[in-house]
Design a protein around this ligand. Sequence first.
Ligand code: NIG
Ligand code: FE
Length: 385
Amino acid sequence: MSATRSLLIDGIGELVTADAEGTVHYDAAMVVEDGRIAWIGHRLNRPAADDRLDLGDRAVVPGFVDSHAHLVFAGDRAGEFDARMSGEPYDGGGIRTTVEATRRAADERLRENCARLTAEMLRQGTTTVEIKSGYGLTVEDEARSLRIAREFTAETTYLGAHTVPAGADPDAYTALAAGPMLDACAPHARWADVFCERGAFDADQARTVLTAAAKAGLGLRVHANQLTAGPGARLAVELGAASADHCTHLTDADVDALANSSTVATLLPGAEFSTRSPYPDARRLIDAGATVALATDCNPGSSYTSSMAFCIALAVREMRMTPYEALEAATAGGADALRRTDIGRLVVGARADLAVLDAPSFVHLAYRPGTPLIATVIRGGGVVH
Ligand code: NIG
Ligand code: FE
């Protein structure tokens, strides 16, 4: 019989809980038992515990919840980025380049790529990541992408409807994605997503795939309104999706629909940065009452960053978010986008997933952009970095 040891995390200068009240504790301590938070309070009231970790007055935030990433791929598209920075537009067409490289790659190479990127994320404070398929686009390649993604996270997303593969008929491909491909992928996925955009899937095609996925028991997410003010965000709301992602081009009706729904607006400023596009207006969404999340969209085409801190800095500087709003969107917002209540907030009963900053305050995440501020990462109560 092995008794689990309790851990006292002491010397927390600033503890940002991201709870519903926005509570921030100063001179705090925390007790962790069985990987969960058992107590939070002022350090003078700290209870006894088996083990003790002193953080030396550093700031602590919830581990980041990166609710949107495409990590199962091979190769990169640095040349495409270079051309874009010389004036070429981004239209999503490069997805097919990565599809070709991914199909050619052995399982082990795809696994190594996921391992490399998830390790990079963990070192930067991300304790939960969602991983999508979408660079296979055949029944076999989508299913193997999800099997590999599943080795790294429980938050796996079937994105067979990422783009219509070269040479395929759009309606025939939609039927495949809503039929046999979905059947092969659903056992390995928690979510389904569709790129609803001009040049990818229109509203009817997206609805076909998403309603079939819901029937197969998957939760829904939508790549919505990234390049144009299309129907994606309203479709996400109509279908009760957990999240509408990108939300760069929104009409007033889209903002209203999101604000009056449980669909989270997930903003991905790394994509606007890397495609040199105008940023989404987070202020407009927040002021209307929508729940906003921030995520990296880590992928080799439109946003090859694994850094949630970078996204926070962009959101504050470019999207009219306050440092606190951005931190909350990167933690509690991401948890909401994944419909998780056990992560993203440092409250009693939640998983002890936290990032310790080499800084006295969370504000430094936006205030010191590009600076490696993550001193220690704790997941499930264990020090993992
Ligand atoms: O979220 N927009 C669609 N999918 C990705 C980009 C994928 C790629 O360019 O390879 C995105 O930006
Ligand atoms: Fe994406």
